[in-house]
Design a protein. Structure first.
Length: 112
């Protein structure tokens, strides 16, 4: 693919007498040394990127643990985002002992 792109830089001209790339009357390519160097650097960069992307950074075990931690984190976020009206009311010891004798409750409360 790159070779076809490079070959597209050459312009088709009418007949040129003698050697095409030497002498006073010659065909000047549109490709310069800088263009060749840039094309080569791009190819090397692509190759390096593909090598990096082909390697897995996490092993299978690490990936499974990471996913389970992420799932647990989502559950806690979902739990915290639920409205508080569905939660149970806070239970206090005073509410539990109201049905019992009030004097005993007051004595227990004061610590006597």
């Amino acid at each position: 693919m790159r070779l076809t792109l490079v070959s597209c830089f050459f312009k088709k001209l009418q007949h040129i007498p003698g050697h095409l790339t030497k002498g006073k009357v010659r065909l000047y390519p549109y490709i310069t040394e800088r263009m060749k160097k840039k094309a080569l650097e791009d190819l090397l960069r692509e190759k390096n990127n593909l090598e990096i992307l082909s390697k897995s950074f996490l092993s299978q075990g690490e990936e499974i643990n990471h996913m389970s931690e992420r799932r647990a984190q989502r559950k806690t976020e979902l739990f915290r985002s639920r409205p508080q009206k569905t939660w149970y009311k806070n239970v206090v010891a005073e509410d539990c002992f109201k049905s019992l004798n009030i004097e005993n409750f007051q004595a227990m409360k004061s610590g006597q």
